[in-house]
Design a protein around this ligand. Structure first.
Ligand code: PEP
Ligand code: MG
Length: 601
């Protein structure tokens, strides 16, 4: 970090030293380089709702507050462990501050005060937090002590963290931001990211988040350069500072010097030129050098990506994540609304298959309207999510299936079930689907005929290991490597602290992919990969060598994967895949694959 600096005015009206070329490192999750003025997301200033709570509900309200405080302690602990690796005195300074926040969240006057107010004033937790913060701030101010006055800001910050956790549904407002700006935030949820318009926002960076979480996937879908898990991001950055987000190297550069800025601009121009050149592949078939056809499909996170999928020449939609229907709203979408949106997508694909997945809410993807359906899980990735929630609340599933059956009448729709772990779950869905079909026919509603194919995600190691048993009960497999890697290696895909351990080339992961593929081929059902591995040309030769012939990925990645497979000799790739599958060492596997790719380059 250079300190060739100037005495520019800081945001708070005092002269602040501007550090030039401050480079921060994180996880690059979305290719491309963005350059623009910083917009620092102000995490504070929430307006708390106030309402009375009846006697019988008071204990539940105290528990809701306890859960929010618990979450706040986990967040602060996580921020502290990140801060501990900051260089110089920054680690110590921020560490002290976060220790103070942690203390305020543990048996302090603030915590006791909020609980007392909920019980005695019979009000909701948000109102109690707001009242207690105001009262503490007032008493600090009355003491006329400079040290305590400075602590008021900390009390307010802790209060805002509690409020954010209590009011999980805060939506970010990005639409008013100046065009071309770079969003910097402590954390962004997939739902927040979905609200970013790539025509307005140039890119974003956060302190938290890993390479394969849904925020990262959303960034790739939107084609937004992004760096997550960035150490020290929120310290010393002001609104309006020039920021470069390099989604390839995972670097964030704050206030670059003219020379450094020029370098980034040149690199960005090269990337854009390469992208334009890749467009020429659109009309060329997706076949290997020795003539094997491969199906390249698109993953859609949001309907607005559909044009992009068509533009890059996708053969179909291999994964339509329907979570978007439930995000950033307070109510649930009904059958008609879901039918209308799905129909539009199916009709626009003009007979090409659209694989619509039933709701995969849970884990890091939470929908406000579904909050009442499950308690805060101890371990969200292993909790009541995806098909488990749909089967526990069959109304949700029935509505989705009805919409899919109706949309299927307008084109080629396949239904995909997330997080399947057993034959019993598939059977239960088939029973529910049969009931829904009967009900729609009685209503005289037009539905898909023949009925849509029903496939399952293979993304739990247990499902992969019993793929041969599951195959006779479904029409196709879609291998979800994002979760498969997470669960096989016990690595949270959205946690930047373990991002370096998340390895698609771990032999255990490859064996599960191989076992699943072979089980599908034996059962003569189609099998595809729709996890992020499918969109990375590094893995194309290996996946094809293992027998995969259908890949589904973010539309932006499709051209590079097509370029890779068109240069590939499948016989050679299959031979190399066999050699790789004999290995047990990840380093050796990576070297064998990279050598093979380099030889083709
Ligand atoms: C996967 O797990 O690989 C997958 C495609 O599903 P999602 O990323 O939505 O969990
Ligand atoms: Mg998944």
């Amino acid at each position: 970090m250079a300190d060739r600096s100037s005495g520019r005015e800081g945001g708070r009206g005092r002269a602040a030293k501007v550090v030039v070329d401050r480079v921060l490192r994180g996880v690059g999750v979305s290719s491309g380089i963005a350059i623009g003025p910083a917009h620092v997301v102000d995490a504070g200033a929430l307006l708390a709702p106030e309402y009375a709570v009846v006697e019988a509900e008071l204990e539940a309200e105290v528990q809701r507050f306890a859960a929010a405080a618990d979450k706040a302690r986990r967040q602060v602990r996580k921020l502290k462990s990140k801060a501990s690796t900051l260089p110089g005195s920054a680690a110590e300074e921020i560490g002290f501050l976060l220790d103070a926040h942690f203390a305020m969240l543990s048996g302090s006057r603030l915590m006791r005060g909020v609980e007392r107010r909920i019980r005695e004033d019979k009000v909701n937790a948000e109102a109690a937090v707001q009242a207690e913060i105001t009262s503490i701030a007032q008493s600090f101010a009355d003491m006329e002590d400079a040290y305590l006055a400075a602590r008021v800001a900390d009390v307010r910050e802790v209060g805002q963290r509690l409020l954010r956790n209590l009011m999980q549904h805060k939506y970010q407002a990005f639409s008013f931001l100046p065009e071309g700006c770079i969003v910097l935030a402590e954390d962004l949820s997939p739902a927040d990211t979905a609200l970013m318009d790539p025509r307005r926002i140039a890119g974003f960076a956060t302190m938290l988040g890993g390479a394969e979480g849904h925020t990262a996937i959303m960034a790739r879908s939107l084609g937004l350069p992004a760096v997550l898990g960035t150490l020290g991001l929120m310290q010393g950055v002001q609104n309006g500072d020039t920021v470069v987000v390099d989604g390839i190297t995972g670097q964030v550069c704050v206030n670059p010097s003219p020379d450094v800025l020029d370098g980034y601009r040149r690199r960005r121009a090269e990337l854009l030129a390469e992208r334009a050149q890749l467009k020429s592949l659109r009309k060329l078939p997706a076949i290997t050098r020795d003539g094997t056809a491969v199906t390249l499909n698109a993953n859609l996170e949001l309907p607005r990506e559909l044009d992009g999928a068509i533009e890059v020449g996708a053969s179909g939609v291999g994964l339509l994540r329907t979570e978007f229907l439930f995000m950033n709203r307070e109510d649930l979408p009904d059958e008609d609304e879901q039918t209308e949106i799905l129909t539009r997508i199916v009709a626009n694909m003009d007979g090409k298959p659209v694989t619509a997945r039933t709701l995969d809410i849970g884990g890091e993807k939470i929908a406000t309207a579904l909050r009442g359906y499950f308690a805060e899980p101890t371990n969200p990735a292993l909790g009541l999510r995806a098909i488990r929630l749909s089967l526990k609340e069959p109304k949700l599933l029935e509505t989705q299936l009805a919409a899919m059956l109706r949309a299927g009448a307008h084109g080629n729709l396949r239904i995909l079930l997330p997080m399947i772990s057993s034959i019993a779950e598939v059977r239960r869905v088939r029973e529910i689907m049969a009931t829904v079909v009967r009900r729609l026919r009685r209503r005289g509603v037009k539905i898909a005929s023949p009925l849509p194919k029903l496939g399952i995600m293979i993304e739990i190691p247990g499902a992969a290991l019993s793929a041969d048993g599951l195959a006779p009960f479904c029409d196709f497999f879609a291998i979800g490597t994002n979760d498969l890697i997470q669960y096989t290696l016990a690595i949270d895909r959205g946690d930047e602290q373990v991002a370096d351990l998340y390895d698609p080339l771990h032999p255990a992961v490859l064996r599960l992919v191989q076992f699943t593929t072979e089980a599908a081929l034996r059962a003569r059902i189609p099998v595809s990969i729709c996890g992020e591995m499918a969109g990375d040309p590094r893995y194309t030769a290996l996946l094809l060598g293992l027998g995969i012939r259908e890949l589904s990925m973010a539309p932006n990645n499709l051209p590079v994967v097509k370029r890779r497979l068109r240069g590939l000799d499948l016989v050679e790739a299959t031979r190399r895949a066999r050699t790789i599958m004999d290995q047990t060492d990840q380093g050796r596997i990576a070297a064998l694959l990279d050598d093979f790719n380099d030889a083709a380059a």
